[in-house]
Design a binder for this molecule. Structure first.
Ligand SMILES: [Zn+2]
Ligand SMILES: [Zn+2]
Length: 173
């Protein structure tokens, strides 16, 4: 797979101090990975809106794009999708020892927009990626999805009746 790279040459924008510029461009994203799980984005590239401004002694950036993430539900493993809007900021001061003011995506007036967009897309993946908020998950005994099964009908001869577990939960509350 081709490495997705989008570099913005900041010097070519020739912004004076105090000036700003908005760029709109498609950016290809590499596949997203979080905790060993791969997630797909539904389009080949995302429509990025990048605001570049030039406060004294550096650059400030704002990055925005819509994103649709697809992957397996963490509970039932069925396909799930999430639509979100990414909004991130970054500053890059020219001469500073303060790490907060140095951007890992800016080097020598080159903004690595592809890598930044990829990183914020990964951050947009929720830690609980679910097909729906109340996904019932898989039966711990047979592995069948409990979303499709009627909980009252879904029982196993061996092992505790799941309804007793439910009653126990209620007693604890
Ligand atoms: Zn699910
Ligand atoms: Zn079962």
């Amino acid at each position: 797979m081709a490495h997705a790279t989008t570099i913005i040459d900041l010097a070519r924008l020739s912004l004076s101090h105090g000036e700003g510029r908005r760029l709109e461009l498609p950016v290809r994203l590499e596949p997203l990975e979080l905790a060993g799980q791969s997630y797909a984005i539904s389009t080949e590239s995302v429509p990025v809106r990048l605001d570049v401004s030039r406060p004294s002694g550096g650059y400030a950036f704002r990055l925005r794009f819509p994103l649709r993430i697809e992957g397996p539900c963490m509970r039932c493993l069925e396909g799930a999708a999430l639509e979100t809007e990414v909004d991130a900021r970054e500053v890059a001061q020219d001469n500073t020892d303060d790490d907060e003011l140095r951007s890992p995506y800016v080097d020598d007036d080159q903004l690595d927009l592809g890598r930044w967009a990829h990183d914020v897309a990964v951050l947009a993946i929720p830690t609980r990626f679910l097909c729906r908020a109340d996904c019932a998950g898989l039966c711990p005994v047979c592995g069948e999805s409990l979303n499709d099964a009627d909980p009252a009908e879904h029982e196993h001869d061996s092992g505790p009746d799941p309804r007793w577990a439910k009653l126990k939960e209620l007693e604890l509350e």
